[in-house]
Design a protein around this ligand. Structure first.
Ligand code: ADP
Ligand code: ADP
Length: 235
């Protein structure tokens, strides 16, 4: 196993001289390739800030984050954009699918932008669609899909570029329990069959039960860590 992500002594402050919030307080941890890591903690504890720092959407105040041994906290903007496009996959609560494109086109978009050949795109989408059981919704537009269908299309979109790391922020937040389960099973499949490394922020114990390791955050610090066996799924 090799370390894919190394978060080293990061701190994040928001605000100005009059009012400073320390959102992250000296956080360090490593993630190995193929892990499915959960980040849990109460509201305001710093979960989203941590994920945003790893995704480079937000910048750290101090400390370093290395992905594949490359320091992503000190990259130029062009390189960052490229890094995000090529190395990261995102799954958010609000799906972010483009309404004017159907499922297939939404999934294809990143590859199309990269200039992949249509035949290659076609083959990759069909392979993923079969695995994630979304072949019959590829022709639908987002407004014709259920929330769960949209979220599974978003999973396929996150996966299609074969990113090193998939970041998910409360991905089941807008889903009912049946669709939550389907999404989590999809993510589990992404992790087990595609060996995708996933980090998922959640406050939901059921979602967390799909992860194999959980970092608990409180007041911007990691205060506990749980590594689970393979058959400890909550029902
Ligand atoms: P969580 O995701 O665990 O709910 P957040 O990472 O959103 O927590 O927030 C951590 C802390 O940082 C909170 O105190 C929050 O108010 C603060 N915070 C988050 N984003 C900002 C921001 N853009 N500006 C100022 N404070 C922020
Ligand atoms: P094959 O390569 O197997 O002959 P097609 O090229 O006809 O198949 O496409 C098969 C499936 O690919 C269709 O059922 C459809 O789901 C999907 N597909 C291909 N292109 C698109 C597109 N632009 N929009 C939606 N679905 C598409």
């Amino acid at each position: 196993m090799s370390v894919i992500l190394n978060v080293s002594m990061i701190e994040k402050y928001y605000g100005n001289r009059d009012s400073i919030t320390k959102a992250l307080d000296n956080i360090s941890f490593e993630v190995e390739e193929g892990e499915f890591v959960g980040i849990m903690g109460p509201s305001g504890s710093g979960k989203t800030t941590l994920l945003n720092c790893i995704s480079t959407i937000d910048s750290v105040s101090t400390g370093h984050i290395y992905l594949h041994h490359q320091d992503i906290t000190h990259m130029k903007r062009k390189a960052l954009e490229r890094f995000r496009r090529e190395q990261l996959g995102f799954i958010f609560q609000d799906f972010n699918l483009l309404p004017s494109l159907n499922g297939y086109e939404n999934i294809a978009l990143a590859l199309t932008i990269q200039g992949s050949a249509p035949a290659d795109i076609h083959a990759r989408i069909h392979a993923i669609a079969q695995r994630l059981k979304i072949s019959d919704i590829l022709n639908k537009y987002p407004q014709q899909m259920s929330g769960g269908e949209r979220q599974r299309i978003a999973c396929a979109r996150a996966l299609i570029t074969q990113p090193s790391l998939i970041l998910a922020d409360e991905p089941t937040g807008a889903l009912d329990s049946k669709n939550s389960r389907l999404l989590l099973e999809t993510m589990e499949q992404m992790n087990e069959e595609y060996r995708s490394t996933i980090m998922m922020v959640t406050h939901d114990p059921f979602s967390a039960s799909y992860t194999k390791r959980i970092l608990f955050i409180k007041d911007g610090k990691i205060f506990n860590e749980l590594i689970r066996g393979s058959d400890s799924r909550k029902e």
